[in-house]
Design a protein around this ligand. Sequence first.
Ligand code: LER
Ligand code: MN
Length: 275
Amino acid sequence: MNLSSIKSAVTISLVPEAKGGPFVLWDGLEEGMKTAATLGYDAVEIFAPGPDAVGVEEVMELIERYGVEISTLGTGAGWVLHGWSLTAAEEASRRHAIDFVKTIIERAAAFGASAIIGSMQGRSGNGVSRDQALDFLAIALEELGEFAQQHKQALIYEPLNRYETDLINSVRDGVALLNRMENKNLVLLADLFHMNIEEANVGDALREGGKHIGHVHFVDSNRNPAGCGHLDYGPVVEALSDIEFNGYAAAEARPWPTPQAAAASTIDSFKRLFR
Ligand code: LER
Ligand code: MN
């Protein structure tokens, strides 16, 4: 098994309004990158309120100072702070959502990082049927996939569990969505928390995702740090090895019991499983 090309990352939230969400570090960018470096993480995944919170010069300087990369930028603040979604009933909301995601894609690309579409995908409702929402989603992802391609980065799309969206809940449905898209620049995010709820077999689902799996949210069954729940990581590791996954396993977990302890226990699990 060759797992040595899998890289580690830990989430930093710069959005106080997302308190209670599954992000590990909360004390600002510099503190977060310092903690990540001290613990031996390769990178950080940043949940930012917008592109201005991750200024190019400032972040480049921190990358240099701490020797930690930026793996990914989340886009969910468009939903959390503004209520925009790629599948909203109002055209203006959908447009705002697309434009917001573009600003994040562009900023991420400056760091050699990709953007993630998770909660910005929205769900049906408000007069929008599921079929209509799936069409809105596909239209938005075509435009955003193309935009990311112009910036030489893949765009990461994340299936979510049924309590967060009724659009795409499983890896299989994610692959089907990607296959019906003209733009081939999208990859899937395998979030082990969502997969533990939705998949019949997490290892088989990862294998079915195969080359489409571009990023992993490395977390346990209860959304606590990896190793603090009841997820069986043996089949996960085996499947990631089989598909020759070489992206990031990013700790998107609750800061349990504390942010520092969550970051430390995740990297311990990462090393135990992948090194
Ligand atoms: C939401 O549940 C999630 O997993 C995030 O990665 C999406 O923003
Ligand atoms: Mn996730």
